[in-house]
Design a protein around this ligand. Structure first.
Ligand SMILES: Nc1ncnc2c1ncn2[C@@H]1O[C@H](COP(=O)(O)OP(=O)(O)OP(=O)(O)O)[C@@H](O)[C@H]1O
Length: 263
């Protein structure tokens, strides 16, 4: 099998007549952190959502751990929808964390994490809660297991959401601007959890405006602009001067807004 956890090949996504992803090809090696950066509206979230099959690509292919996601091509090269069973199997390898935490308000942190195990894995209550505690411990929240979302800070809620995804033991974690809804003082705790996941060797794709995180934790940086992937490089190359003119322009705008400086 190839060393790529995700392979995106000539991906095209149109909404009506608008092309939002234009012939994107990207290889994400297993165990690496791939950061998708670029201006607002460049297509980062759409690309990530295609990787989770939350959006259906108009054309092209995505492979997860070598297996096609969503569509297969028949002998005559005609694209066909994958069977529901196969799709479920491929998707089960992917966990996703969104900007909004989407926790059940009427369930505790432990309830939120164990619910997925009970529903998806059909585990009994005791086993699901035991497994859920392991994940809450991992994100540093074992002492908040009995708290409801309203009793948790935004950063803690996002950490519960990460624990909920991890509980299903995905091979790949996709993060869509996981700290964008947080007050600046709460982003650090979430980025730290992501940093330790990366250190454990989790394959991660992260859409982020946290350029410092991308530069220090990312193994590869992909820069999107108007639906095109302008380049994919190691951070040491992507951010070294002279930079790609569009990246330079993006960073100027970004850093002007008073965001953390690029390391
Ligand atoms: N469901 C949809 N229907 C129509 N257009 C859409 C839909 N989802 C996204 N788009 C458009 O696709 C383009 C890319 O959006 P996307 O959210 O992927 O960008 P982004 O780079 O993630 O932006 P941001 O950084 O602001 O989140 C935008 O022009 C957006 O308006």
């Amino acid at each position: 099998m190839s060393d790529n956890a995700i392979s995106v090949q000539h991906l095209v996504k149109r909404f009506g007549t608008t092309t939002v992803l234009d012939d994107i090809s990207l290889e994400i090696p297993r165990g690496q952190v791939s950061c998708l950066i670029g201006p607002s509206g460049s297509g980062k979230s759409t690309l990530l959502r295609c990787m989770a099959f939350l959006e259906e690509a108009t054309d092209g292919s995505i492979f997860i751990e070598g297996a096609p996601l969503g569509f297969v091509y028949d002998g005559a090269g005609k694209r066909q929808r994958q069977s529901a069973t196969e799709l479920r199997k491929v998707r089960s390898q992917i966990g996703m964390v969104f900007q909004q935490f989407n926790l059940w308000p009427h369930m505790t942190a432990l309830g939120n994490v164990s619910a997925a195990l009970r529903r998806v894995r059909k585990m009994g209550k005791a086993e699901a809660e035991e497994k859920a505690m392991v994940q809450l411990r991992k994100v540093g929240l074992e002492n908040r297991a009995g708290h409801y979302p309203s009793q948790l800070s935004g950063g803690q809620q996002q950490r519960v959401a990460i624990a909920r995804s991890l509980a299903l033991e995905p091979k790949i974690m996709l993060f869509d601007e996981p700290t964008s809804a947080l007050d600046p003082e709460l982003t650090g705790e979430v980025l730290n959890v992501m940093r330790s996941l990366a250190a454990e060797g989790m394959t991660m794709v992260v859409v982020t405006h946290e350029i410092g995180f991308a530069a220090t934790v990312g193994n590869q940086i992909s820069f999107l602009d108007h639906g095109k992937l302008l380049f994919t490089d190691a951070p040491s190359k992507a951010f070294a001067k002279p930079r790609h003119p569009r990246l330079e322009q993006f960073l100027d705008t970004y850093l002007d807004r008073g965001a953390s400086t690029l390391v």
